[in-house]
Design a binder for this molecule. Sequence first.
Ligand SMILES: [Zn+2]
Length: 237
Amino acid sequence: MKIFSTILLALIQPITSLAHTGEIQNFTCPICDEEFKAEQDLSGTALDTRLDFKQIGPIAQPWKLPQCPKCKFVIYDENLSPEKIKELKTFVYSDKYTQIDHKNTPYFYFSQIQLFNKEEPFDVAFILLSASWEAEEDPELYEKYVKMTIASFKSAQESLRKDNSMEEEYFVAIYLQIELNRRLSDFDKSIELARKLLKSDTGVVPRLYKAVDLQIKLCEAKDSGPHNLSELDETND
Ligand SMILES: [Zn+2]
C-alpha cells in the first residue's frame, strides 16, 4: 500500500522544497547475476498533483526501477529470500516473461511480476498506472496501459466492496476509473461512474469528492486532457 499512502499524503501535506536529485547506482541481478548500473531517483518536489495522482514538478514520476538489461527482471526488493528468487527464476525464464515486447516499460514488467506474485489488484493497478506515466510519449502504449489499469481497478473495486475497512481504497479504485475513462475520451462511462460514486458519499477523502465534481464538468465539456488537483481550489464551492 506504499503508493497509496504517498497519494493520501500528497493530498494533505504542504509542499516541502527540494529539487529532483538522482544518482547512478550499481546493481547485481538476483536472477541472472548480471552486474549493471542504473540511474535512481533520490528526492524531488511535487508542486501539484494531476487528477490521476501523478505528481507534477521537479520530481521523477514514477521513481525509476532498476531493470536488469540481460534477463529484464525488475529489482523491486533488494532483500528477496533464496526461496523467492528460485520461484521468481521460473517466471523470469518462462515464455510469458521472455516474450514480453522490449518496448514495454519497467513498471509494466514489474506489474507482470506482481501478478505472478498474486499481489492484490489494487496494488497491481497502481503499478500499471505508473507504467502509463512512463509511456506518456507513446500514445499507443499509454492507451494499452490505461486500459489495463482500468481493468485492474475494476477488479479491485469488486473485491474491496465486501471489505468495509477498505473504504478509502474502494473510493480511489472507482475515482481512478472515472479519471482514466475520461483520459481515453469515454466520457459516458466516466460520468456514469462519477454519478454512482457521488450518490454513495460516505464522507471519505472529501477533497476527492470535489475532484469527482470536476470530472463531471470536464466530461461535459468533452475535455480528455490532463488537469491538476490545484484546480479544485480555483472554484468557490
Ligand atoms: Zn538479470
